[in-house]
Design a protein around this ligand. Sequence first.
Ligand code: GLN
Length: 282
Amino acid sequence: MTSSIDAQLKRAVEQLNAAGSESPHIDAAVLLCHVLDKPRSYLLTWPEKALDDAQLAAFEAVMARRLQGEPVAYIIGEREFWSLPLKVAPHTLIPRPDTERLVELALDKIPAGACDVLDLGTGTGAIALALASERRDIAVTGIDLRPEAAALAEENRSTLHIANARFLSGSWYSPLTADERFAVIVSNPPYIDEADPHLDQGDVRFEPKSALVADDNGLADIRIISEQGRQHLHTGGWLLMEHGFEQGPAVREILHALGYQQVSTAQDYAGLDRVTMGCWQG
Ligand code: GLN
């Protein structure tokens, strides 16, 4: 076994394959880039270059973690969302590509000109920071139950020099005053049922249950956000929530029953129901 980049990558891919990784090539390359502190192009340009002992040991250490199933994003401490490099930590959900759909749909609903937008259960701050970076003229508030998550989101905000976002800690709307209202409220809340076998597979095993699981077939938090959202939306304001691919009809029913109008569900990039929205006419 030589210590060249090429040989190390090959061996890593074999090990990851054997361990059942779904993306062995990407995993190996991202982990090696992290150890070398180099971009992906470096691996292609210098395949014969030898790793030194410290680099070999570091690569072995991160590979051992990945082979135990730990998500790459937690190992390297970073995940890109909406082209923003975000710091992630084990107390936050790892931002998903499908959640970019929620960002697209929210951007479509945010009115022209200065206004306030709220992101509930912000985690790394992914959605809030994506919206704030696209619309420098709006003010985005992100709230997370866990103070560590709100602090991480604030750190991401500061690193990315996004001035028009702030982060608060508390349960759903609780850090807000009773009369604070928003043009748009977005959320990617926990929505997985506790008994869902998906929770025992792959990367989600390492993510915080509090960010994934909700009571009432996964609908409990969606219900709270929808109920209390009525007090925090301007007339004509929009609520948009991500949910499970089979929850579209149930979420539409919740919004209808609470008096929201123009209720509809949009699909993710795989064509599955993923985001339901409604307009509050007061
Ligand atoms: N979409 C995520 C998953 O299936 C769940 C995210 C969430 O619960 N908000 O892993």
